[in-house]
Structure formats: structure tokens, C-alpha cells
Design a protein around this ligand. Structure first.
Ligand code: SAH
Length: 650
């Protein structure tokens, strides 16, 4: 037996077992791991002394007894997945690796992380991984952990770490001021929302420096609202040119997605209009694609691009929820777009498009109308094929239910055939009428996807949601393709569609994806996702689907939500550029976020309208209006035939 092995056995007997550590596995692991390999050569002779020792980067390797005490308290056992924060030399991680299934240890000093990693490889400890970075918020992508050990003292136990414990799992962490005597805290997660806490006595550790710990200077971090206030850029009123100018930084993107936290808030529409004008006028954007039905938006598009109105076409946006697009804010933007396009070459004009798939009868009619023009025989065939869906055109969900009960999608084949034929005859149709071909093809694709969408509604919420968002994403991509490789698009859709779903409850719990996520996967940094939020005010919404629009009071935002933090900044309007880590880092801990759609039910708000999200991962920027008001709907009465009142038919 070499000298080190002898001292190691003595250390285990005299410092560890004699002080009451009983776990045979832990004692065996400590007899095995060569502590002398975890300190510099100069200190190897002191490796088994009963004290901490200095290591590189002015840090320390903990006293052997403290390492044992923490591992025993955390109950590290075979089969466990363990997280250590503050790998330092890697010694504690190595000991735990002899017991557990897998150990991941994070170290903020690159030099220490590299050294520790080399030691693991040299010793063949393949189930221990050392990562470099700030571990104070844990490692959510690897959670849950059976045990979490922090080897540096924090100001508090971060919520993020608690959330990464498996039920029944234990966290051991020193809590207290840098340089002072701290308490070693043991926290066990006994159920989803309950934890038992125990104080294991006084200890002295180096400080946990990081997002959820102390600042670099060892100071307590300001509360998140204060940090948000410091990073937020106050915005002037929306009609001040400086408002839209603040968004010039996103002008080099290919796709800018502008969200909204409700479907009935005036400020969200006006802000998006102002930003979009700026992107069109100053940054070469020519596509405005919105969460509206394709055929309705096509009507508006003909108006703004000075193309002839289609015979017998209905006014746009006549179906519930009409106020979502038939409102004074959208009308003002549409008139601006029309005048912007005046006297411009067709390629330089900016168009208005709908990404959504709800107006099935409108789309079927548009395909038939187009074919009447270019290929009457095909029009007759289209009429026949679409006749299959016609009986359900007022309530296509009934078709979906029938298809599921019959176990047979009777209208699938005809709508698929229709799209295929339209595409097969593309060249000859384009020769007849190219501009309208794009519209007809989009409608035929919409009919095909809508048929599948209504069937999917009976398979589950996630299936139909995913089909719809994939359809919207594909429609956006086809628009970009059709307009050439330099084409740039602005998208207007709800935060739930444009904020990356992978970082919200939608993706994490419900398996839902969305346009924002798909766009990020395709365009990366060339896509910018901009979320909007508000604290209180009024909103236009219905109580039930197909119900009348009401102007409702928006409840003040909930304690602890991203909205409440934004409200606590005291700023009436601001832009928070989340790409900047000063702005993003304090918000990385998941919080509630409010989602108001066309329905708003304040009575059950917490359950019907709030969901967990990680704001700085969901969006590239966050735009705040502390107090907001309802959109102004256009009157419902229609006066057909008055062309100057097109496209809203007022
Ligand atoms: N268990 C280690 C003890 C290391 S001392 C051992 O056996 O050697 C604590 C370590 O925590 C230091 O190396 C320090 O750099 C590191 N640390 C402090 N704050 C950290 C943070 N936020 N993330 C990761 N490591 C951190």
C-alpha cells in the first residue's frame, strides 16, 4: 500500500467515520478517490489533512469531513442523477460519481473546470461531467435531479434549483453572507409544491457568484424589478416618431414577429402599425402577414395593392371575432398601406396577407372563382370536389366529428387532388394570371390543411394547434419564397403564436409548437420575436365563443408574474431588449405570463389566462404598456357596392 492509500484510510477512519458518517458506500468511495490528485503537486503532501486547502483561481477544496457531511445529508445513492454547483477541484463530484449513476458539476472558473475535467478523464470517472458556467440557476435542461449540492454560499435557495429537484430529492447548500459564518441548509422536496427544510449547522464557504447568488463584488443583487427598470428603455407615445425608431435595431432581420397579449388592445395594434411602417419605409419589408384568414386578408391586399376588387366578394372579416381585424386601428394602418403603395412599382409594394385557416367557405369560393376565369372545366371539377365539405361549411367542426366517428375522412381525397392539380397546371395558369394563381394555390392549400385541422380537433388540442401553427408557418415561408430571397416579412400574431413555445408551458407541458419556434429554427438570428404586455386597463373580448364583443376591465397583473415586474418598474411604456444579458439574465427564472385571447374571463383569470414562461428565451424583446384600452371596433353594418368603402364594406 502506498503512503497516500495509508493516509487516505486514516483520514476516513479519524475524520469521517469517527465523526459519525455511517454510509458504507460513502466511506468506500472516500477510500477510493485519490484526493492528492485534486490539489497542486506542492500541496499533495497535505491532501489528507483535516482542513480545506487552496486551489487555483483563489478558490478552495473543501475539508474532507464537510464533503462527506454534504453527500450524506443529500442521501446520494446508486441510480441517482446528481448536480453539483461549484465543482472547484472536482473532488466532491468524483466521490459522488463512485456512488451515483451520473454526476454533472458546474464551475464558474474556466481554469478550474478544465482541470477538473482532465482529472475525471485521467481517473476514468466517465459518469462525471464538468461544465463551465454559472450554475446558480441550475441546469433546467437536465432536471430533475435526485440530489443537488452547492459548494458555495448563496443569499437564498434559488427557486430555480428547488424546481429542479425530483420529488423526494434533496438539496444541500450553505446560505449566508460572503466571508461570514453561514448555515448549511438541507431541503427535501416532499411533493410537487412542498419542501422540508433543516439546518445542518454553521459552515464557511466561498460565495456563490452568479445570477441567483451574489454579484461579482459579493454584494446582494437588486430585486428583479429594479434590474428590469435599469435595463428598460423608456418609450415615448406611440405617435412620436422616436417610438418606432427604437425598433430600427431589428431592421436587419428577415422576419420580425410582433405579438400581442390580447386580441383586443388598441395599443398593441397601434404600436405594431407604427413599427411596421418604419420597417416598410426604412428597412425594405414588403410582407405584412397577420393572424387572420387568408381570403379575408386577400381582399384587403387587393385594396392596398391597388388591384381590382373581385366580383361578388364579401366584405372582409365578417365572422367572429370581427373586432380582431375590423377595427379603427387596423383600418388606419390599411389606409396608410394603400397610400404608401400608390405610384410604386408592383414589386416595391407592400402586401397584406392572412396566415390563418378558419374561413373555409371563403377559400373554397376563391379557388372556384379563380378557375372560372382561367379553366372553366377545372372549375366545375373543383365545385364537385368541394361539394363534399360544403354541407359543413358553417360549422366544419361537425365534419371533423363525423370523420372521427366514421373512421373515414371522406373529403380528404378530393381536397388533396384539388391542390395537386392546381399545382400541376401551375405554368399554364400562371401564364393566364400569375398574381391570382398565388392566391388560388394558397386557398387550395388552406382547404387541404383545414380539412385535416377539423379532424385533428377530435384527436386532441395539441394536434390541431400544431397543424394550425404549422400551416401559418408554411404560408409565411411560401410568401417569402414567392417574393424572392431578399423579401422581408413582418408578422402580427398573438404572443402565444409568436413567442417561442419551447420556453413556455405550451411546449414544455402540452407538446405544442408555434410559428415563433418554427421561425427561430428556420431563420435563427435573422428572426426576431417581440412580445407585448400590459398591466391593467380595458380590453375588447367576448365571454364565450361566438358571443358579443364586450369592453372588459383587465385585472391588475398577478403578484410574481412578468407583468407585475414590468408594472413595478413604474414606467408607462418601455422596450426591453432581451438579447442583452443585463436585461435577460434576471428574468431567466420561470414566471407566470398572461394570455388574453378573443375570450377573457377575469373571474377565473389565474387558471384560464396565465401560464409559465421563460420570457428572455421566449422573446428577443418585450414591449410594455402599463395601462391599455380596448380596440375601437368598426360598426357592423355593411353597405355593399360602395367601392370607396372597400375593403371593410362600411
Ligand atoms: N466541491 C468543491 C468545492 C469547491 S469551492 C471541491 O470539492 O473542490 C466552490 C467553487 O464554487 C469554487 O470553485 C467557485 O469558483 C465555484 N462557484 C462559485 N459560484 C459559482 C457559480 N455561480 N457557478 C458555478 N461555480 C461557482
Amino acid at each position: 500500500m502506498d503512503d497516500f492509500a495509508t493516509s487516505r484510510n486514516q483520514m476516513v477512519e479519524r475524520q469521517i467515520a469517527a465523526r459519525g458518517i455511517r454510509s458504507p458506500r460513502l466511506l468506500a468511495a472516500m477510500r477510493e478517490v485519490p484526493r492528492e490528485a485534486f490539489v497542486s503537486a506542492a500541496l499533495a503532501g497535505q491532501a489528507y489533512e483535516d482542513s480545506p486547502l487552496p486551489i487555483e483561481a483563489d478558490q478552495t477544496i473543501s475539508q474532507p469531513y464537510i464533503v462527506a457531511l454534504m453527500i450524506e445529508a443529500a442521501g446520494v445513492a446508486p441510480g441517482d442523477k446528481v448536480l453539483e454547483i461549484g465543482a472547484g477541484s472536482g473532488y466532491a463530484a468524483a466521490v459522488m460519481g463512485r456512488i451515483a449513476e451520473e454526476v454533472i458539476a458546474i464551475e464558474r472558473h474556466a481554469e478550474l473546470a478544465a482541470l477538473a475535467e482532465t482529472r475525471m478523464r485521467r481517473l476514468g470517472y466517465d459518469n462525471v461531467r464538468i461544465l463551465h458556467g454559472d450554475g446558480s440557476a441550475g441546469l433546467p435542461e437536465q432536471a430533475p435531479f435526485h440530489a443537488i449540492l452547492a459548494a458555495a454560499s448563496g443569499s437564498h435557495v434559488p427557486e430555480a434549483l428547488k424546481a429542479q429537484l425530483a420529488i423526494g430529492g434533496t438539496l444541500v447548500m450553505p446560505i449566508g453572507e460572503p466571508g461570514a459564518v453561514q448555515s448549511l441548509v438541507k431541503l427535501t422536496r416532499t411533493a410537487e409544491d412542498s419542501y422540508d427544510s433543516e439546518d445542518l449547522g454553521p459552515v464557511r464557504f466561498v460565495p456563490l457568484i452568479g445570477e441567483q447568488g451574489w454579484t461579482e463584488r459579493g454584494e446582494r443583487r437588486s430585486p428583479p424589478a429594479a434590474r428590469m427598470r435599469a435595463a428598460a428603455e423608456p418609450l415615448p407615445r406611440i405617435d412620436d416618431p422616436a417610438f418606432a425608431k427604437a425598433f430600427d435595431r431589428f431592421g436587419d432581420a428577415r422576419v420580425v414577429l410582433l405579438g400581442e397579449a390580447s386580441h383586443g388592445t388598441s395599443e398593441f395594434y397601434r404600436a405594431r402599425a407604427a413599427i411596421t411602417r418604419r420597417l416598410i419605409e426604412g428597412h425594405g419589408f414588403t410582407i405584412v402577414a397577420v393572424e387572420a384568414d387568408w381570403p379575408d386578408a386577400a381582399n384587403v391586399d387587393r385594396f392596398v395593392r391597388h388591384r381590382p376588387r373581385r366580383d361578388g366578394e364579401e366584405a372582409a372579416f365578417r365572422r367572429f371575432p370581427t373586432w380582431m381585424w375590423r377595427n379603427a386601428e387596423v383600418e388606419a394602418f390599411v389606409s396608410w398601406l394603400r397610400s404608401h403603395n400608390e405610384r410604386r412599382e408592383p414589386e416595391a409594394m407592400a402586401g397584406f396577407y392572412g396566415l390563418d385557416l378558419y374561413n373555409l367557405p371563403g377559400s373554397m369560393r376563391a379557388v372556384i372563382d379563380y378557375l372560372e376565369d382561367v379553366d372553366p372545366e377545372a372549375a366545375a371539377l373543383a365545385r364537385e370536389r368541394y361539394a363534399c365539405l360544403m354541407p359543413w361549411s358553417r360549422d366544419p367542426a361537425l365534419y371533423g366529428r363525423l370523420a372521427v366517428t366514421e373512421g373515414y375522412a371522406r373529403c380528404r381525397a378530393p381536397v388533396v387532388a384539388m391542390l395537386r392539380e392546381l399545382q400541376a397546371k401551375r405554368l399554364s395558369y400562371i401564364a393566364e394570371n400569375g398574381e391570382e394563381w398565388l392566391d388560388a394555390a394558397a386557398n387550395a392549400r388552406l382547404v387541404q390543411n383545414a380539412e385535416a385541422y377539423y379532424r385533428a380537433m377530435y384527436e386532441g388540442a395539441a394536434e390541431s394547434w400544431n397543424l394550425r401553427d404549422t400551416h401559418m408557418f408554411e404560408t409565411l415561408c411560401q410568401l417569402l419564397d414567392a417574393k424572392g430571397e431578399n423579401a422581408k416579412a413582418v408578422v402580427w400574431a398573438h404572443n402565444s403564436h409568436i413567442g417561442n413555445a419551447a420556453f413556455t408551458e405550451m411546449g414544455q407541458v402540452r407538446d405544442e409548437l408555434n410559428i415563433g419556434q418554427l421561425v427561430k429554427e428556420r431563420f435563427g438570428e435573422r428572426a426576431r420575436l417581440i412580445g407585448f404586455g400590459t398591466h391593467a386597463g380595458t380590453v375588447a373580448a367576448a365571454t364565450d365563443w361566438d358571443g358579443p364583443m364586450e369592453v372588459k376591465q383587465v385585472r391588475p397583473s398577478l403578484e410574481g408574474s412578468y407583468e407585475r415586474l414590468s408594472h413595478e418598474t413604474g414606467l408607462p411604456r418601455f422596450l426591453l431588449d432581451l438579447r442583452d444579458s443585463e436585461a435577460g439574465a434576471p428574468l431567466l427564472e420561470p414566471r407566470l405570463e398572461r394570455f388574453i385571447g378573443v375570450i377573457y374571463r377575469p373571474e377565473t383569470e389565474r387558471w384560464s389566462h396565465y401560464a409559465q414562461a421563460i420570457l428572455p428565451r421566449q422573446f428577443d424583446a418585450w414591449v410594455w404598456f402599463d395601462e391599455t384600452e380596448a380596440v375601437r371596433p368598426l360598426p357592423g353594418a355593411e353597405a355593399p357596392g360602395e367601392d370607396d368603402m372597400w375593403p371593410f364594406g362600411l
